[in-house]
Design a protein around this ligand. Structure first.
Ligand code: GLC
Length: 700
């Protein structure tokens, strides 16, 4: 390959932004990749590429982050935060397999998914894209997604390249400001933020994306220790690193660590980035740098080798036009899977006994989220990226909450009236008055509230994460009618809703739960399903209470604000059921590190419980969290049935990263906790000891 061909191979061009003609020029030049180009346009560019220069096939990438949602014909699954509520890696793997077929049906090869950032500050606009706040859960679900996307046979037409992102600590930025700096240390990175990426790399993830942000003043894209030493050398990552959108030029204009395109390009390449997303300037700059001896061509060779190796691994050289059958797009099987995961992701947060609804009820459905399917879709769909068109009309099939309630009401001998009442973030003239009037004739109110992607998405961070004022006012008016209220939270992420919890008889959510999430909520309200979802993220009472994730360090002297409790409103792992479960016979064998626990369905109807296991290192050389999730398992039990579960751990499961940035398990006292949520009130605790590590033969 010539120097020019090598330089072009490292560039990823945004088709939607530069258009057909300029894209054809890049294809002739031997560019490595495009993003956001579909179908016939992609085929056209591929034909040019394999007939030009080094004849290297193009790689096409896309943001298919909860299904292939930029395509109107595709299946729009729940967002990651919603799917995480299912606590079911097998189910998520199946969703990723389905999404991979639909992505490939458009002739695409790479999806910029899964997101492995942790959602630990709900002010951030992209919490919905994460699997929540816990490193272990994010890692298990992220690895399952990688396996689902990439398949057993990476070269199969139904497999696509996964891309673990955003490396690293993106959601931890100071003030939850998107793409901003975070003051975490490398020790903290390795202990808390790296584990999900380790699991993804172990699962064979073929690409990783560098985050927009910076760690203590060093942009991730310019951080050689992060990209080369930790990711490529220590984790053994053998795929390619792609930057996020214009990260190279951001080094100049936004992060101010480079004066010009040449400096930025050299910095990005030397730091370990292999593919530069939307960085056309990189092409000329790197050629000049190599020609003038200011950059080592060997670095280009290393990056080209990584990219070509992945293209070969995924069959692009054997068949540049590899494509799954178009029949997969939005197919019946995927729609049924979508319904299944929306049901599994439905979380019952509060219930004073009003649910499931029984008997003849006059139901008033009210609120701005009840009948707008866009509220169920979250970000990265055909009306939000890459060319936002929020007013576009959503395409069928889908079922909103209102439609789900109307459909099931007939079966349950109930009547339904609907009043919108207000907009997501705006008033409707006379809306509250109309809602109150209707409420007076109703037996029960279903209040559908939340946010939308104009309030929470990439580039939409919020300082005040309460329900928007018009919705709060509508809710207060409904409370004053004295009628029982069932609140359905249709939101991108946790909101601060203490008043909703206090005055609702029941509260349930499945976040942005895709095409059929509204129906799943309706099925839970009528008891057609017994909700079994668990929260992957904490709900704070107030934004000032953050960070309120469950795995906090000890040491807070007053343990609570004077004006706010220490605990969150709803804890990580919380989720109620229409039945009840009891835990017993908890035995832990310190020698084999094996835990046995029995769980029984003590209620009157079948249900599923996600048994959660946490641990604490009671004394460690650096401070470690008061509890950390170490295992979970979802069990389906008929009324009266019980099941004994066995969990077998290794010493490494009880490890942390010490002050020398080494992952260690220190001997001493530990505590194991088992139950149905991370709340202390839900956990049974047992102390145990881990002894010195057995001496390996090399030590003797
Ligand atoms: C965006 C996002 C990233 C996405 C990329 C390509 O700005 O940060 O998650 O994959 O650009 O669209």
């Amino acid at each position: 390959m010539t120097l020019e061909q090598k330089a072009a191979q490292l560039v990823q061009i945004p088709y939607a932004q530069i258009g057909r003609e300029k894209s054809e020029e890049w294809a002739r030049r031997g560019v490595g990749s495009f993003l956001h180009v579909f179908g016939e346009d992609a085929k056209h560019l591929q034909k040019i590429a394999i007939e030009s220069g080094a004849k290297i096939p193009l790689l096409f990438g896309i943001d298919a982050v909860h299904g292939h949602c930029l395509n109107r014909k595709a299946t729009i699954f729940p967002t990651q935060l919603s799917m995480a509520c299912a606590f079911d890696p097998e189910l998520i793997k199946r969703v990723a397999q389905a999404a991979a077929k639909e992505i490939s049906a458009d002739g695409l090869h790479q999806t910029f998914s899964p997101v492995l950032c942790l959602g630990r500050d709900i002010r951030w606009g992209r919490v919905d894209e994460t699997f929540g706040e816990d490193p272990y859960l994010a890692g298990i679900l992220g690895a399952a997604m990688v396996e689902g996307y990439q398949g057993e046979d990476n070269a199969a037409d139904t497999s696509v390249i996964a891309c673990a992102k955003h490396y690293i600590g993106y959601g931890e930025a100071t003030g939850a400001r998107d793409s901003y700096d975070t003051s975490i240390t490398y020790r903290k990175i390795k202990d808390t933020f790296l584990p999900p990426f380790e699991k993804a790399v172990k699962a064979g993830c073929a690409s990783v994306m560098t985050a927009y942000g910076s760690i203590d003043g060093t942009p991730c894209t310019a951080d050689k220790k992060l990209l080369k030493e930790i990711l490529k050398e220590q984790l053994g990552f053998d795929g390619f690193v792609v930057t996020d959108w214009q990260n190279v030029s951001h080094l100049i204009g936004e992060q101010c660590v480079a004066e010009n395109a040449k400096e930025a390009s050299r910095l990005a390449l030397e730091s370990g980035n292999d593919m530069m997303m939307n960085a056309p300037e990189f092409y000329v700059a790197i050629i000049d740098l190599v020609r003038s001896g200011e950059a080592d061509e060997k670095l280009l060779d290393e990056a080209v080798e990584r990219i070509l190796t992945v293209k070969m691994r995924f069959g692009l050289f054997d068949n540049p036009f590899r494509q799954a059958d178009e029949k997969y797009l939005g197919c019946e099987e995927h729609l049924e899977l979508n319904k299944e995961i929306a049901r599994e992701s439905t979380v019952l947060l509060k219930n004073d006994g009003i649910l499931p609804l029984t008997g003849k009820n006059k139901i008033l459905v009210v609120g701005p989220s009840a009948d707008d399917i866009r509220c169920n879709y979250g970000d990265w769909t055909y009306f939000s990226h890459p060319l936002p068109d929020y007013d576009t009309q959503p395409v069928r099939p889908y079922v909103t909450l209102l439609e789900g309630v109307q459909e099931l009401a007939k079966k349950h001998d109930c009547s339904v009236q609907y009043v919108k009442g207000c907009e997501i973030n705006g008033e409707i003239a006379g809306g509250i008055k109309q809602a109150v009037k209707a409420a007076k004739k109703a037996d029960v109110i279903v209040f559908a509230c939340g946010d939308n992607i104009l309030l929470a998405a990439e580039g939409c961070d919020r300082a005040d994460v309460r329900l928007p004022k018009p919705q709060r006012e509508l809710f207060t008016a409904l409370c004053n009618t004295g009628k029982s209220i069932v609140t359905a939270l249709i939101c991108t992420k946790p909101l601060c809703i203490p008043e909703i919890d206090e005055h609702s008889a029941a509260v349930l959510t499945n976040f942005n739960s895709g095409m059929f999430g509204g129906r799943a909520l309706a099925e839970a309200i009528f008891g057609e399903i017994n909700p079994s979802g668990k929260l992957p993220i904490s709900f704070p009472y107030h934004v000032g209470q953050q960070p309120c994730y469950y795995n906090q360090l000890p040491g807070w002297h007053c343990r609570s604000y004077v004006d706010m409790p220490e605990t969150s409103l709803y804890s990580f792992g919380h989720g109620l059921s229409y039945t009840s479960f009891a835990y017993s016979d908890i035995l832990f064998d310190e020698k084999t590190l094996t835990l046995k626990v029995s769980v029984k369905n003590t209620g009157k109807r079948e249900g599923a419980e996600t048994v959660q296991v946490y641990f604490r290192d009671l004394a460690s050389s650096v401070m470690t969290p008061v509890k950390r999730l170490i295992a979970f398992r979802k069990v389906q039990l008929k009324a009266g049935d019980s099941q004994e579960l066995t969990f077998t751990f290794t010493r490494d499961d009880f490890s942390f990263v010490n002050a020398n940035e080494e992952r260690v398990t220190e001997p001493g006292e530990f505590e194991l906790m088992v139950g149905g949520s991370s709340a202390d009130s839900d956990l049974i605790k047992k102390k145990f000891t881990i002894g010195m590590a057995p001496k390996s033969w090399t030590d003797q």
